[in-house]
Design a protein around this ligand. Structure first.
Ligand code: AMP
Ligand code: GLY
Length: 412
């Protein structure tokens, strides 16, 4: 069958790579894709992610069996709806269901109604009320802009002064509403869950991301600076509890409310003293979590998608190995950074997944903030980490930085 992957990043690179291993898939297309995928997929960078009509037309003309949508923007913009209207199968939720990611408020209200454990919150629509609220609230407090922000719309204010600054910043931006959340203390992890309406199958392997830009979780939030799996110190019991208390109930809640979710629901969890609580939902695979999880996955992703569609049993098979991925990003990210810098020294055989590089004559040059994820595999996290950093060392570039402590939380 022919499959079309939508998106340009490292997550889409691993999706293409993983689908290429499936005996069910004989041709892969990518829109807009990236130059690092062009050995294994027909890349159509002349079509933009936002050109929904052209994507539908392309899928029709090329007899695409499945479209797999990687990023959040086309999902919350309703690309799945447009494809489905033409009877094209899509892995990824429709616009209504994608609100679980697109609107913090939607997610919060649903969790409140169905008693799903999460931080307490308050929605404040204007600056005046927000300035009043922060005079009396508990600290630290978390401010989240309603709407998509690529992981960068969240500010943790440690005290009143920081909160004032955050309020001025967030209310000066287009979207008015900000959600104020209680700060949750604990370790974070990411659980990918296959959802087809009321049929819910969480991955039985979780991953841990590193959201902050610098070592020891310092600096601003980013899209993710590295990830690893499995997470040995968060055991199966916690995973089962997260399934029972969060994954199953949120999917049933959406189903009951008439939102037909089909795809991967990403559950961002903080493991507090009171148990697992939700920090966020995403309507898609995490990036860079997908790169480590799908590298560890031995079973056939396309088969899983077909089984999910038919609501058949899904049996994951994982390599008996740990995977660590270290993100190399343009210096300055998540703030301002330069583009067009040469990067070399890497290969494209499954050890590196590319987020922000493009071909310029014979060279790859930077074209984005997060640039390339270097992967390491090993019999445990320690050896996987060592191999990941060996892969990092091979990359030649003056323009990139990376964290040195990816996976340290799993290493005593
Ligand atoms: P989000 O975009 O909602 O995932 O938030 C980005 C990051 O901010 C999370 O990965 C957490 O590290 C942090 N964060 C968000 N909400 C909270 C919270 N209620 N308590 C503590 N940390 C949070
Ligand atoms: N790595 C976090 C995300 O994909 O949102």
């Amino acid at each position: 069958m022919k499959v079309l992957v939508i998106g340009t990043g490292g997550r889409e690179h691993i999706l293409v790579h993983k689908l290429n291993q499936s005996s069910l898939v004989n041709k892969i297309f990518a829109i807009p894709g990236n130059d690092a995928m062009s050995d294994i997929a027909e890349v159509h960078s002349e079509i933009a992610e936002t050109e929904h009509d052209r994507i539908v037309e392309f899928a029709n003309e090329n007899n695409i069996s499945w479209v797999i949508i990687g990023p959040e923007q086309p999902l919350t913009d309703g690309l799945a709806d447009k494809l489905q209207a033409k009877q094209i199968k899509v892995f990824g939720p429709n616009k209504a269901a994608a609100q679980i990611e697109g609107s913090k408020l939607f997610a919060k209200q649903l969790m409140e109604k169905y008693n799903i454990p999460t931080a307490e919150y308050k929605e404040i629509t204007n600056k005046f009320d927000a300035l009043q609220y922060i005079e009396t609230c508990e600290y630290p407090v978390v401010l989240k802009k309603d709407g998509l922000a690529a992981g960068k719309g969240v500010i943790i204010a440690e005290n009143y002064e920081e909160a004032v600054e955050a309020v001025h910043l967030l209310y000066s931006q287009e979207l008015g509403t900000v959600v104020f959340e209680q700060f949750l203390e604990g370790e974070e992890f990411s659980l990918m869950t296959f959802v087809n309406g009321d049929y819910v199958v969480p991955f039985d392997c979780i991953a841990q991301d590193h959201k902050r830009a610098f070592d020891e979780d310092k600096g601003p939030n980013t899209g993710g600076m590295g990830a690893y799996c499995p997470v040995p110190h968060i055991d199966q019991k916690i995973l089962e509890r997260t399934n029972q208390e969060i994954a199953q109930p949120i999917a049933q809640a959406m189903y009951k409310e008439g939102y037909m979710f089909f795809g991967v629901l990403y559950i961002g969890v903080i493991l507090t003293n009171e148990g697992p609580k939700v920090i966020e939902f995403n309507a898609r695979f995490g990036d860079p979590e997908a790169q480590v999880l799908l590298t560890r996955m031995e079973s056939d992703l396309m088969q899983h998608i077909l089984d999910l569609e038919a609501k058949r049993e899904i049996t994951f098979k994982w390599k008996d190995a740990s995977i660590v991925g270290v993100m190399l990003a343009s210096k300055g990210y998540p703030g301002k950074y330069e583009k067009g810098k040469i990067v070399s020294g890497f290969n494209l055989d499954g050890n590196y997944f590319v987020s922000g590089l493009k071909k310029d004559k014979d060279n790859f040059v930077t074209s984005g903030g997060r640039v390339i994820l270097a992967l390491g595999e090993g019999h445990d996290i320690v050896s996987a980490k060592a191999n990941a950093y060996k892969a990092v060392e091979k990359i030649k570039s003056e323009a990139l930085f990376y964290r040195k402590d990816i996976s340290n939380k799993a290493i005593k």
